[in-house]
Design a protein around this ligand. Sequence first.
Ligand code: X2X
Length: 338
Amino acid sequence: MTGPSRRTLIKGLAAAPAASLIGMPMIARAAEIELKYGNNLPLSHPLNIRAQQAADRVARETNGRVEIKIFPNNQLGGDTDMLSQVRNGGITFFTPSALVIATLVPVAAINAVGFAFADYDQVWKAMDGPVGAHVRAAIEKVNLYAFEKMWDNGFRQMTTSGKAIEQAADMASLKIRVPVSPLSISMFKALGAAPASLQFSEVYSALQTKVVDAQENPLPIIQVAKLYEVQKSCAVSNHIWDGFWFIANGRAWRGLPPDIQKIVASAINDAGVAQRGDIKSLNETVQADLQSKGLAFNKTNPESFRAKLRDGGFYKEWQERFGAEAWGLLEGAVGKLA
Ligand code: X2X
């Protein structure tokens, strides 16, 4: 299926003689346009809460003509599967992390360069500004549409079931799960670890069965996916800032009437901005909550990680891979990197 499915039920009802409708119980009117949205996160994550609000708003503002149906928590498959589905139109929307969409649009990982962003001010200036615009243009080249406002995943932290990670030397040969993303693999190899790419759907069981000992994710993810149950300690490293691109299948998007596009885009972009606020407030409480659940926290020595990346040629390699233009935009936002 390449476009939104149009149901014939309404037409059927409309064609029926009026008399046959009298006395019929109120039935939920089927939407004329049904748009499927798949994602990889549990329902309790702010991404799903705000996406549902966006869906409700779209239903309201289109008088029920458009229904966005959400399939959370990898119900439709893992990240790689959903990325193919949104490309071939099997689903209309997906929210891959920048790391993951980079398997298709390499420059999309630009925001995930290790230790690039100092804080959220820098992040949103870059992603709502020139860096984001550059990535969105690249996403459109592969026939996907990226909504303007990126959603927040967060600053990534490392957790392990083994010895606490305090400095780069503690990474030596560490079996750490990373998303399916070339940048993550390259960065953790440069840090001396033994990274393995796994879709998010596989992370909990991979940690539980000790296929890997460690993983890295923002604290809200560690909370909602209950990773604290299978990890002992968390190193506050802030090593990558990661966000989700809300993307649509290009053909399905272009096939929507302009008035509907406008309603959907406003609802999704506004929900994205609200979701950033949710993560910001969560960030104030999530560490205490995870500690109360038994996860130990420790600080790290960020300079030891940066030095290892620099000495291992990580920045130089990715400057070349991303190209001068994208790298220049990133450095314009965060200052010189290497
Ligand atoms: O897979 C992950 O680690 C996650 C949830 O952060 C992403 O979607 C990249």
